[in-house]
Write a protein that binds this ligand. Sequence first.
Ligand code: SF4
Length: 454
Amino acid sequence: MGVLGVYGVTDAAARIYYGLHNLQHRGQEGGGIATFDEDGKYYRFRGLGLLNEIFTNGEVSRLKGQLGIGSVMYANASKGGLENVAPLFFHHRSGDFAVAADGNVINSRQIADYLEKRGTIFQTGTDSELLAHLVKKTAGEDRIVNIVKALNMMEGGFAIVIMTPNRIYACRDKHGIKPLCIGTLDGGYVVSSESCAFEIMGAQFLRDVRPGEIVSLDSHGLRSTLFSHYSRHRMCAMEYIYFARPDSDIDGCNVHAYRKEAGRRLYRECPAQADIVVGVPESSLSAAMGYSEESGIPYELGLVKHKYVGRTFIAPTQSMRELGVKMKLSPVRSIVSGKRIVLVDDSIVRGTTSLKIVKLLREAGATEVHVRIASPMMRFTCHYGVDTSTPEQLLCAHRTLEQAREAIGADSLGYLSPESTRDSCFGCADPCQACFTGEYPTLLYDDIMNENED
Ligand code: SF4
């Protein structure tokens, strides 16, 4: 998911709309924008699909006000549906408010049990609704105190924006697993999952929201409250490896620079004899450039991506993913024919894409295909909102390196080490790598432990 908030800016909804386009890579199954006008009147429009499929009829111009929040939704199969598309809106005698959240609260089942025993009835399966009920159930009249209490009950990786008629709260989980940053815009403020949204909005990057921090944006300006003093920063490594856009800076590290450094290290750890380096478009191109630079093997455009086809990894079902792979890439025959190729990819999740691409390159005349992956073997499920699927679906969960090579039909296969995955990152010293190593930065709750053992 991608979340965005704007405070103190004329035509907030239009700015959010443009900003969300630069977050579209974070979710393609739904999206929405909510605003409050100067009289505290609430506006919202949301829908399923891409932003340009949702906002087709001038809806953005009908969302009045100088503050608003928005989101793009990336749903796994169980959390789709319009009712789950953020922002969600809540009426309460203490004041109306709207919420949008990225990530996953891993103790959501325990919190839902706690709330249901106290009479709560849920309308969605979202963490946003969980937070809204917690904020209203916790004692105290001061909203920030209630938010602090609620966030301290929630474990996991999340970035949440909350909007009241006169304020926006931007909250980041205490481990800093999910990205969230702040910018300035025309005397007001913007918060966004990624800084790449700022450019198109005309905003300037200010800083990242700190792990465990709530940033309040209102007529007093920007104020900071720490809801947790937990200090081990565990930013998601997959954001750098795959998820984020290369023009984003996250926690002091540019995503493109990270990937290039990972590509350099990948060559040093897993060299290959080849004629050309080919990157899998588009998230692997930076790593392929790094591999090429370090090895001296020329970088070539051996694969072309068809535009307008969604990312296969975040399509919600296996059949849609397989169809997506067939539709999205073409080999450049005159470039790859008769060549030994180093194919650099950012990661292998299910292996669907890798198997297909190796086959495409061989059919186009490649004599050898050596696959190099700019991240470690993915063996474990992510519990923080990235749909890496169950262990049974992961290519490497129960395979050796040789078995994985055989499964994708490559001549050789090499992965970056967890140490280099960590050291490619200039900002976060110790990113989460749980889907590679199984070392989760948070507690895992009983139901999750049982899932892992299945
Ligand atoms: S488990 Fe993997 S995908 Fe999930 S937060 Fe950690 S690094 Fe990111």
